[in-house]
Design a protein around this ligand. Structure first.
Ligand code: NAD
Ligand code: COI
Length: 331
């Protein structure tokens, strides 16, 4: 098969080359994310493989359909940036990688929680400023004493529940479609109860429009004084302006933000461009009790290899059989 891949990150290149050598398929690798214009490069290819958080639009699917290409796979989980209706209407089938390593993101959520509870950022900043005495002043809280509310008990949320429970935390969960799993040490509650009782609120829901600003000013106000908010899911879930106000007033005790509301190609390409300019990002960055990371919760060797291998395997399956189990249909 002849496959073209877009948005290749440096750390994916080895895995892509190895996959090509192992399978014998042709893989044309491009670092640029797909655009209407550069989809012209896909002429003559059998299938397209993508990784991007910028929009994959109707115009792009029109271009893909015009080239006679019917199968696209993405190397990631989230499809909130993709016009799935347009793809369907234009006869283009798309599959994602729903589980390249749910544990990678869950571990990151726990890491962010522990970092904030033990106030490591504040201590490190004091130490870096040469103030050894001040660096010893940031008394922490223990995870085992917290009530963690996991919103979205899907693949990643359930891994997070397991990890938080293993630390001894009391875990609550809210999900409109709960999976019955007796091994999960959590209690399902409704959203108001979760917000009212959780000293750590951890988000693992998709960034679909219905979840826009799920955590708004009222939700933040409903959380206990000093509670932490962890978002490794999608930026649109949190009203950032309301979060900054709640952090500045002291009502919210800290936030771990891996997926930021105004993130774009620019944030994911931070390593190439060396800068990301955004006023709210700078306000968050200035707060000592905020752990900001540039959408890297997924970023482990295991996850990146699986993103590459699984998505390319799904594309070959699509091309050879006309279907694959991870096809994503319009919501
Ligand atoms: P999933 O589909 O397995 O689970 C999502 C769960 O959320 C489902 O059980 C669904 O019923 C539930 N849900 C939807 N809306 C809800 C709401 N309003 N309240 C409560 N529950 C709700 O998805 P997943 O694989 O667990 O991924 C979760 C999120 O993580 C996605 O947004 C994905 O894009 C994001 N993600 C981020 C990174 C990263 O690097 N930061 C990496 C991978 C995935
Ligand atoms: C996802 O898999 O949905 C992510 O958020 C990871 C990112 C590289 C797009």
């Amino acid at each position: 098969m002849k496959i073209i891949t877009y948005g290749a990150h440096d750390d994916e290149l080895t895995y892509m080359t190895q996959w090509q050598a192992r399978t014998g398929h042709t893989l044309d690798i491009h670092k640029a994310p797909a655009t209407v214009a550069n989809l012209a490069w896909a002429a003559g290819y059998d299938g397209i493989n993508l990784l991007q958080t910028t929009p994959v639009t109707r115009a792009m699917f029109e271009r893909i359909a015009k080239l006679g290409i019917r199968y696209v796979t993405i190397r990631n989980v989230g499809t909130d940036n993709i016009d799935l209706t347009a793809a369907r209407e234009l006869g283009v089938h798309l599959a994602n990688v729903p589980a390249y390593s749910p544990n990678a993101i869950a571990e990151f959520a726990v890491t962010a929680t522990l970092t904030l509870l033990r106030r490591l950022g504040e201590s490190q900043a004091a130490l870096n400023a040469g103030d050894y005495l001040q660096a010893t002043k940031f008394i922490g809280r223990e995870l085992a004493q917290q009530t963690v509310g996991v919103i979205g008990a899907g693949r990643i949320g359930r891994e997070a529940i397991r990890l938080f429970a293993a630390f001894g935390a009391k875990v609550l969960a809210y999900d409109p479609h709960p999976v019955q799993d007796a091994s999960l040490a959590c209690r399902y509650v409704d959203l108001p109860a979760l917000l009212a009782q959780s000293t750590v609120v951890d988000l693992h829901v998709p960034g679909i429009a219905a979840n826009d600003h799920l955590i708004d000013a009222a939700a933040l106000q409903a959380m206990p004084q000093g509670a932490l908010l962890i978002n490794t899911a999608r930026g649109n879930l949190v009203d950032t302006q309301a979060l900054i106000a709640a952090l500045e007033s002291g009502h919210i005790g800290g936030a771990g933000i891996d997926t930021y509301e105004n993130e774009s190609a620019n944030l994911l390409a931070l390593h190439d461009q060396g800068r990301f300019e955004d006023a709210q990002w700078e306000r968050l960055r200035a707060l000592p009790n905020v752990l900001l990371t540039p959408h890297i919760a997924y970023h482990t060797e295991t996850a990146v290899q699986n993103m590459v291998d699984f998505s390319l395997n799904y594309l070959v399956e699509f091309l050879t059989t006309g279907s694959t189990a991870t096809e994503v249909l319009p919501r």
